[in-house]
Structures are given as C-alpha cells and as structure tokens.
Write a protein that binds this ligand. Sequence first.
Ligand SMILES: Cc1ncc(COP(=O)(O)O)c(C=O)c1O
Length: 371
Amino acid sequence: MNVPLLDLVAQYAAIKDEVLPALLRVVEAQQFIMGPAIPQLEAEIAALSRAKHGVGCASGTDALLLPLKTLNLKPGDEVITTPFTFFATAGTIHNAGGTPVFVDIAAGSFNIDPAAVERALTPRTRAIVPVHLYGQMANMERLLQLAQPRRIPVIEDACQAIGARRMIDGEWRAAGELGWVTAYSFFPSKNLGAWGDGGMIVTSDDATAERLRKLRLHGGAKQYHHDEVGTNSRLDTLQAAVLLAKLPHLAAWSAKRREHAAYYTKALAGLTEVRTPPVDPANEHIFHQYTLRAQRRDELQAHLKKEGIGHAVYYPIPLHRQPCFAHLGYQGGSLPQSERAAREAISLPIYPELTRPQLDRVIDAIRGFYR
Ligand SMILES: Cc1ncc(COP(=O)(O)O)c(C=O)c1O
C-alpha cells in the first residue's frame, strides 16, 4: 500500500457537495472581483484569530509583503527572522527593501529562539517576524516582551498555523491575536486550503487595516484615486467561496491531525534513531506538518521513496545559506540549530483523511528502516 504525503482528492470527495454549490453561486452572480464572499471570509478569519480586521490578498507571500511595505523600510533597515522557514518569510523582507537578520531556532524546537532575537536587536531593527512553523506558535510572550517596550512591530507568519493557540498567563491566545499583523496562506496544501492561491492579513490596528485594504487595490480607497502606490493583490472571490465552505471543517480537521500525530508519536517513541516532534506544553499544535528529526535522514528518505511512502524535507537549506543571501555573509555553522534541523527534519503524511492502516504502514516502513 502506497501512502501519499497529501491526498486532496480524499478531502474533495468529502466536501464537494458543500463547496461546488458555493462556487456556482459566485459563477451565477458573475461577481468574481471583491464579491460578497470576501468580506464574509475576512470577518470569519478575523474572529478565529481574535483580531478586529481581516484583509484578503492574493497569497501568503503578499500577506507578508504588504504589511512590510507599510513600514517604508530604508536600505540598512533590519528585520529579524528565522532561517528555518519557507523562502517567502525572508524573500518578502528583501522585497520590501529591508535586510533580513537571521537568528537561530531554539534547541529542541523548530521555532525562533527569543534569546537569539534579543542578541540581534539593534537601533536599526524595524520589525520581528516569528514563524509558527509546522502549525505550532512561537514563544509570542517572550518576543512581545522584547518588542513592545522598544515599539518594534511583530509580524506573525502564521501561514502554517491557522487556528493554533497558545496558553499565556492562564489564557488561550490565538495565532493572529497578539502580533501587530499576521499573515495567513491558503495554499491548497494548508490546513485551510483554497483551490488555488490565496492569503489574508489579520490585525487589530484600524489604521493599518485601512492602509492594507488600499495597498491591495493599487493604493486607492476610491477607484482612480491613488494615495500611494500599491499593487493588485486581491483575494479571488471564487477562492473565498471555497474557503468559506471549508472553514466550518477546519477545527475537526486539525483535531484529526493531532490525533494522527499522537498515534505516530506513541508508535515511534521507542525508536532511538528518531525524535518525534516537540510540542511545547503551552501550545495547541495544528500539525500542518508532522516532522521527525531522524538519524541518517537522507537514507531514510530513499527508503521511504522505495516503499511508496510520501514524505518531504521542509527545509533542506536554511535561508541564511541560500545563494541569494550570500551577500549577507553568514558562514556555515553560524546558526547551528537551524543547520542541524535542516539535516535531520523529515515530514510524514498527516492529512486528516489518513486511515489507521495507512498510519500503520508509515510506522512499519520507518521501523523497518532502522531494524
Ligand atoms: C511559513 C510560510 N510563509 C509564507 C508562505 C507563503 O505563502 P504562499 O505560498 O501562499 O504565498 C508559506 C506557504 O507556502 C509558508 O509556509
């Protein structure tokens, strides 16, 4: 039995009777641009994030880029982030005119180390971009303790973490609730995925929300009146309709992922050659990815491929070692935890529709390799 890394066809089969009529309503009204599904979805995602505003946009990448643009970064302005993430986190800092300052992830975690952030602060620090990697929130309370007294905005990259929560001072706080702004991606493979590209920014800052609404429409609140230069980064109404139809399932899907994760973790606990994903006890993880640290990772990968087990390495090259950032001067060994994670990480199938026999097949294949 082969097990794919992701099976979107299985999800489609389960929900098509809800999504297709929603799409048809958009088609029959021919309201493709900024139709009523957009503000409805914006309100629902903002509520989920316990934020005041949602601003739909074309992708998760734009959901990072547009807020960074509002900072009017000048050459030499620094934005602190993690190198152990998808490229867009740092690519957007560069494209907004800033310099990414990479700091290491915390040992035993996949998320940014607040102590490393503190060491990297300078008078030119203009923002901090933590990533809630794989669906688990970064240590927001420590980051905010550093950022708030210095009035440094925190941009949450929650592209992998919609619906994730963290217990802070005895209270659940949502991804999207605490940062100045938060970026979501609706890339099809995400826990809440569109049928194409899509993204959203949430914020509780009224002025920023208003500015972002303009920036995604060429910088104009009124047609043909431009306060500043923006771009075309609308969320497609068809995608918003898909997402609205899927949203009521999100909590149950993420719970299923947690259930699968617990099953893998129990079954793999005795294997000394792998470390199962760390879950900070303060966090409710949404398991966008289930990522092991594995000895002989590359050989394990080849074995899983031969066995027909889907898997992926997110991310094989940390961003401070990418050729496009060579000019920043980071040497090999400079961010050892991120470099180690890039050597050891391997993600397994974790989509909600996985069956028990499929999970057992994945577990057997991993155990078989280390036997
Ligand atoms: C951590 C992270 N940041 C940013 C992005 C960019 O999102 P998109 O692919 O929707 O542009 C993604 C998703 O791919 C991501 O995983």
